[in-house]
Design a protein around this ligand. Sequence first.
Ligand code: NZQ
Ligand code: ZN
Length: 393
Amino acid sequence: MFAFNYYTPTRVVFGRGAEAQLGGLVAAAGCKKVLIHYGGGSAVRSGLLDRVRAALEEKGVAHAELGGVQPNPRLSLVYQGIDLARREGVDFILAVGGGSVIDSAKAIGYGLANEGDVWDFYEHTRQAEACLPIGVVLTIAAAGSEMSSSSVITRDEGGVKRGYSSDLCRPVFAVMDPELTVTLPAYQTACGCTDILMHTMERYFTNGGNMELTDAIAEALLRTVMKNAIILRDDPENYAARAEILWAGSLSHNGLTGCGNDGGDFATHGLEHELSGMFGVPHGAGLAALWGSWARYVYRECLPRFVRFARNVMDVAGDGADEEIALRGIGAMEDFFRGIRMPVNLKELGVAPTEEQLKTMAHMCAVAYGGFRGSAKRLYEEDMLKVYRMAAE
Ligand code: NZQ
Ligand code: ZN
């Protein structure tokens, strides 16, 4: 077991109609002016944005607005947001949307609270010293950014997608009403479920320590998400299933399922960020398309964990050599992904990278993490290329 430092400062206000408490939460933050940040239109169409404005106005909280965040959020909009927020004298950012909106809000928050170019943080050339407070009204269960320390931004030129983590950006509060997620297209719901599973699996498949309690929480979370993802595939308006998934999304990435281990593997995430940076695919779908190839490449080096996963999570029964059980567990996970209509290779994802593009992604991924990534097995550039090639076959 590793020592750990578990920090989750985010107040979670969860349940039907939770957004009714929004005005009070923002007013309690003691801010003068709020930037309402949102995405490409779902919050406008659903009427949520109107309700958010009304909640602030009711409490006499002034606000400015910036919409237009696209999935895999762009640095150019972050710069616009920093300029706007400076001009407007904003001192609090309210993200209304999913991971992309929240991450864009976090980047704007860093940009306002620090001198110089905010992209430096994402290139890891220096550390942020502060971040404006962030509040969240969450509309999709997926990235877990509503409680996480990370944000992921794509620089427009060259599609360079990079993450930056610091406790400074952990949101002050997250309003989470499962009903707000009912308008999600089935594909986005499935992408979100995949990302949630992956945040826990990235921490579960490690060679660096574990705790019985953390493993048990992780396994329960994985089983719960899989069960409810199937329910939502068949019954998208099922409130109870929406609620299970929404809460799982936060717990999957707020650090809870990493307590006592070495921080996890996260190689699939590293590989996926290059993929969605280059091809603009949804993050969850990109993860599903890569995971099986990654798992088959690394499982021998982390065999006890893969066997445990097969038995405890995927319900693989019967006798067999450990390798066989592990492979059956991997296959069962891929069957699950297919069952929620997620791709399990790049062809199914709808991208056909050239060999040059595969090499570029492997190179950029290796550079992004200082040469290697992974705990189940350390992947160097040549390993990353092999995993990409397996996924592209
Ligand atoms: O832009 P709008 O119109 O709102 O549409 C969005 C978007 O097209 C739509 N959507 C969201 N809520 C909706 C809705 N449509 C209908 N009804 C609703 N209630 O869903 C689409 C996807 O939204 P997005 O915010 O991109 O999804 P997600 O939460 O999956 O975020 C993905 C981003 O987060 C990053 C990913 O790399 C990606 O850039 N990640 C952030 C992490 C973090 N900060 O901790 C960790 C993750 O591993 C991940 O890397
Ligand atoms: Zn993710």
